[in-house]
Design a binder for this molecule. Sequence first.
Ligand code: SF4
Length: 392
Amino acid sequence: MCYAIPGKVIEIEDNICKIEYFGIIKKVRNDFYDLKIGDYVYAQGGFVIQKIPEEEARETLKIWEEFFYKLKEVDLRVTYPSKDLYKIANRIRQEYHDNSCCIHGIIEFSNYCRNNCLYCGLRKDNKKLKRYRMEPDEIINLAFYAINKLNFKALVFQSGEDLYYDIDKLSYIVKRIMEGSPCLLILSIGEREIEIYKRLYELGARAILLRFETSNKKVYEKMRPGHKLEDRVNLIRELKEIGYLIMTGFLIGLPGEEEGDILNNLALTNELGAEMFSFGPFIPHPDTPLKDFLPPPMEKVLDTIAQARILYPNSKILVTTAMQTLDKKDGLKKGLLAGANSLMINLTPKEYAYLYEIYPNRDGVGEDINQKIKEIIALLHELGRAPADIGL
Ligand code: SF4
């Protein structure tokens, strides 16, 4: 199974191309390849990430063609006009994004963190947590496996704020992956020096996942001792200026948030120019100072997805693992039907994934990865979604 549909280049102007697949035309940016009209490419998040031989592209398109139109029919049936808030949001998703759904893989390569966020199980004062680090070559080999054997086109590399991975180690990882098997390489490594981020952009990283957690300054400073909201927001702005695609968002239900904060959180996500909105429920971890608080109800999370879709119809909206953890049976499906159009599959090896415990009992940890992919693809087909992400 492919998680992207090949697109044919039909127009080129400087480093912006128009590509076409099944009559849909999208704009993408090409930073890496010498392209001409008629070439075939894979694109993710609006970037050309691979140029592919014509024969391979035609074969993949043949497999997709009939199926793609069937999926579209199902998607249209599912989004039949309604007065229900979630259905309205899902209909808007269908109008603005068609039936494509991005699937990103995520590799959690270290659970060390120098920070002490009150809501997070990886906080440095949690002495009960066994810590791990994957070595650069282990990360690279897992990425190659995900790209070449599991067909992922977009990968998130995530860790706590772990200075063990200095500019040399991070550069080595990004360079080897982008030279060996290019993908939309997404960094989620916290607040690091801007020089590091500039260097990693030069080497081919193109997206950042960095949440601001809450737009409520008082709550932010309480939840993240020693940190300031404006520093986080300014860093996200600087990263956007470098050229990174921004994936950002917040926690729903953080203790201390007030009425109206969710709308402010959504507005800030939009104002930061997020390519993808990433927000999930706060889930208390038993070894943190917030252990006695409750997570928000599932309805609040779904309402937030629907509000985001209605207010910002062009955005990509992720169903986070935390949401899937809140409702293990149906969280993903409910999120997609409330207007979301993106998801992540955890590719972290089992022995480490258990230890990446930002909150307890995370969904998908310990499951066989091939089985998980099968289940997710089956769900997407049931909903009429094509696991693909072509362009802007
Ligand atoms: S939320 Fe991030 S920065 Fe804060 S303790 Fe957890 S891993 Fe570290």
